[in-house]
Design a protein. Structure first.
Ligand code: BGC
Length: 426
């Protein structure tokens, strides 16, 4: 439960030009966002840069150099060189989608890498400081105004266009949510003596729920996924439900069944491809669950093309059922996270802005999650969904720009709590 120093919702009337940098997982995205006068409107231009796989297990120097290079390329491409010299520093919102503790909004100490990242020299360090040092070397006309989590961005971007939004969630490579709390209910910031009813967004980091393994039953496959990950013992909940792991859970279950003499699947076949860890991603399960044919012919093609396995009908049915189980568990546990926030805040009805590849693309994920919410929150039969999880606005782009705008507004209003480097922000 990390306080984020995002002190309230946007009004819809935020204005200005901002840069946003989104370090998610697969890609690095740089955006320029214009918030015009009109309520809830935005314009965005963006470029995506591939995050080289080696970078994810490299060292911090390479990471920040690469990010600063991409940012520089983007700025030079979209602005004339002469502009750059006279330009005031453009405020930047940096979406860093990993757990960071923040004493200030323009600061954040990485607690631990998640989602398979393992870059040396960043854990326990101030990410904002490292990033700013790379910016300074290039003399870029940019001022880091806010370091944010993707969930907080999603919450704020969705609230910008829909004021019924109370929660922002990501169901993607990783999983997590953010919501708005009252300062008076946050013991971690009690020493600031802030007005108890002042709002502050909390990044729940609930991917780390049940790291102690006392609540959720784990399968042998969950245990292997955890043990073989770069950070065993961390992100227990996330490892059961997030996109990065769904294909791997499926693969491990099939390997186990193949080795189980009583079950006899893929008998006499070369399953060497199936032995390779992380060879299947969640889109493999999506495709199986989407196979419209009674004889599962698309699943058969997929098994053959990807794994060189010729599966018979019962084996195909097993694959389909296994995908359904893994996908359903993911959706239902995801709903538990949302329900927990609703219960804590006594929210009876609200909109939840959700983003991420699993939410947007995994078949039946939304419907399965909605059924689970109905069960947990005990809605009457026939009553329509009161907590409605819906596609979010772009949190890591528009959300980051809005949070930069909200921070600058606070500087102008003289509310400097949780802002380290206000100089150059107003
Ligand atoms: C990270 C969170 C992030 C989530 C979704 C998790 O692995 O710890 O900070 O919000 O992934 O991207």
């Amino acid at each position: 439960m990390n306080p984020t120093w995002v002190m309230g919702y946007p009004t819809g009337y935020e204005e200005g030009t901002f840069l946003a940098l989104d370090m998610g997982g697969t890609n690095l995205r740089v955006c320029e966002i214009i918030l015009p006068e009109e309520k809830g409107e935005f314009e965005i231009i963006q470029s995506k840069y591939r995050m080289p796989e080696e970078l994810k297990t490299g060292d911090s120097e390479e990471l920040w150099e690469y990010i600063a290079d991409c940012l520089q390329q983007f700025i030079e491409y979209h602005h004339e060189v002469e502009d750059l010299e006279i330009l005031d520093k453009i405020p930047l919102g940096f979406t860093f989608s990993f757990p960071a503790t923040q004493e200030y909004i323009d600061h954040g100490v990485l607690q631990r890498w998640t989602k398979g990242f393992d870059i040396a020299g960043v854990e326990g360090k101030d990410v904002a400081g490292q990033f700013e040092a790379a910016l300074a070397k290039r003399k870029l006309p940019v001022k880091l105004s806010a370091l944010i989590n993707d969930t907080t961005g999603t919450l704020i971007a969705s609230a910008y266009t829909d004021d019924a939004t109370k929660i922002g969630c990501i169901f993607g490579t990783g999983c997590n949510a953010a919501y708005m709390e009252n300062c008076g209910s946050v013991p971690k910031i009690a020493h600031y003596n802030l007005p108890p009813d002042m709002p502050i967004a909390i990044n729940c980091e609930y991917g780390a729920f049940d790291n102690e393994h006392v609540v959720l039953p784990r399968t042998p496959y969950d245990i292997i996924v955890d043990n073989d990950s770069p950070r065993p013992g961390q992100q227990a909940f996330e490892k059961m439900i997030a996109g990065l792991y769904l294909g791997e859970l499926f693969r491990l279950a099939l390997v186990d069944l193949h080795q189980n003499k009583g079950v006899k699947i893929f008998e006499g076949q070369d399953i060497s491809k199936l032995h390779k860890a992380y060879t299947l991603d969640s889109s493999f399960l999506s495709m199986i669950e989407e196979d419209p044919f009674e004889n599962l012919s698309e699943t058969a093609d997929l098994m053959h093309k990807t794994l060189n396995i010729t599966a018979n009908k019962p084996e195909l049915e097993l694959c389909r059922r296994l995908a359904e189980l893994i996908g359903t568990r993911s959706a239902r546990l995801s709903a538990c996270g949302v329900a927990a926030i609703c219960k804590k805040k006594n929210i009876e009805a609200c909109h939840v802005g959700a983003d991420g590849s699993v939410f947007n693309r995994y078949p039946h994920f939304k419907a399965r999650g909605a059924v689970a919410l109905r069960e947990i929150l005990d809605w009457k039969k026939g009553e329509k969904d009161k907590v409605d999880i819906r596609p979010a606005e772009d949190g890591s782009g528009v959300g980051a720009a809005l949070i930069a705008a909200l921070t600058i507004k606070r500087v102008k209003d003289g509310n400097l709590v949780g802002i380290k480097n206000a100089k150059g922000m107003s």
